[in-house]
Design a protein around this ligand. Structure first.
Ligand SMILES: Cc1ncc(COP(=O)(O)O)c(C=O)c1O
Length: 404
């Protein structure tokens, strides 16, 4: 057996060291925020299905008054994910987009946001069709291009928002470099860490002010819950986000909080398996004569590979690719897989296949998509934790069917 530090995946990172418990990632995943129930000793956090809490006298209570404002199950989840991201505060919402809306709502009419040009379609739609009506302006920029970021920040901006790796092109942005630029420009930096998860990448340690997740994806991990969270170590931002969570009322419910917590406990083991399978699927696709491009940051031919290696532990379970064929063939392939279910979303234990142009990203205008190299024929895989041989056999039979 190799010494602990040389085993694959074992790397004490900056955030492991800075977490106040001093515990490693998997220990925090299982224990952070999880105290035995004070009344019964239940080891698992109970689902506190209550809207209100009794008070001994007006204003005299145990810290809980009303469940929109505080709920013990939600508190446990928030503490858990905050510990995983190496932050001091987690503020959980009913969905990833509700969390994003919370963060955008830190801004005021007249403020300007610089947004990565390859973000989740719903994030783009929220900015384009909701936030702009409230007086926010935004500009999309390729955040993998630091000169373009400098140029965008030469006009005053209050927030910089990006994903890395991106959805669906898996482009990689240098988190430390962009956050440093945002800070110098006086803007809050926000990283949507949904695709990487805190197991693989911790943006707060690289200078980000806020991390956002769709917990619907890897954190929940079983495609059975919708949720979102913001994590920060900035007390003032945390206070403002908590205020918005309560004032707007888009917080996550206790049952959903419990489901996400059940998922985070196994995040490290699931991510290792997602990464193993995705690496092999990406290599298989790259060797296939009908595939023209594979986007996977773990491959040496990916333009962001060096940056990804510097800021990620491994490269996650998402792979996208283009066929050397017309749209009709791509559609046939998308309909022919049997284990890879044709479905939106990602990050669950089961493998999924998505045609982003007609499914997850249909809300992004075609000309915006094409600017980023995101074509109509792009297919995206969320590689699950099934047996690799079965996944490859499924892809093989789908290729055979599509090109018959
Ligand atoms: C990267 C990313 N961010 C945010 C979201 C939005 O999350 P939700 O669907 O939980 O609202 C998604 C959803 O697909 C996503 O992929």
């Amino acid at each position: 057996m190799l010494p602990l530090r040389q085993r694959r995946g074992y790397k004490r990172r900056m955030t492991d060291a800075t977490d106040h418990s001093g515990h490693g990632f998997s220990t925090r995943a299982v224990h952070a925020g999880q105290e035995p129930d004070p009344t019964t000793g239940a080891v698992m956090t109970p689902v506190y299905l209550t809207s209100t809490y009794v008070q001994e006298a007006p204003g005299v209570h145990k810290g809980y008054e009303y469940s929109r404002t505080q709920n013990p199950t939600r508190d446990a989840l928030q503490a858990n994910v905050a510990a995983l991201e190496g932050g001091t505060a987690g503020i959980a919402f009913a969905s990833g987009l509700a969390a994003s809306h919370g963060v955008f709502s830190l801004l005021s009419a007249g403020d300007r946001l610089v947004c990565g040009h390859d973000v989740y379609g719903g994030t783009y739609r929220l900015l384009d069709q909701v936030m702009t009506r409230q007086g926010l302006t935004f500009e999309t920029v390729d955040t993998t291009d630091l000169a373009a970021v400098d140029e965008a920040l030469s006009t005053p901006a209050q927030m910089v928002w990006f994903e890395t790796p991106t959805n669906p092109l898996l482009a990689v942005t240098d988190i430390a470099a962009v956050c440093e630029r945002a800070r110098a420009a006086g803007a809050i930096s926000v990283v949507d860490n949904t695709f990487a998860t805190p197991y693989l990448q911790t943006p707060l340690a690289l200078g980000a002010d806020i991390v956002v997740h769709s917990m619907t994806k890897y954190l929940g991990g079983h495609s059975d819950v919708v949720g979102g969270i913001c994590v920060t170590s900035d007390d003032e931002l945390a206070e403002r986000l908590r205020f918005l969570q309560n004032a707007v009322g888009a917080q996550i419910g206790p049952m959903d909080s419990f489901l996400v917590m059940r998922g985070t406990k196994t995040l490290a083991v699931r991510m290792e398996r997602h990464c193993d399978n995705a690496e092999a699927v990406a290599d298989w696709l790259a060797a296939h004569p009908r595939v023209s491009t594979v986007h996977y940051p773990g491959r040496a031919d990916h333009p962001g590979h060096a940056v990804a290696k510097g800021q990620m532990r491994r490269f996650s379970g998402m792979v996208s690719f283009e066929l050397d064929a017309d749209l009709e063939t791509a559609t046939r392939l998308a309909s022919a897989t049997k284990l890879f279910a044709l479905a939106e979303s990602l990050g669950g234990v089961e493998s999924l296949l998505d045609h982003p142009a007609s499914m997850t990203h249909a809300s992004v205008p075609r000309e915006e998509r094409l600017k980023t190299g995101f074509t109509d024929g792009l297919l995206r895989l969320s590689v699950g934790i099934e047996d690799l041989a079965d996944l490859l056999a499924d892809l093989e039979q789908a290729f055979d069917t599509a090109f018959a």
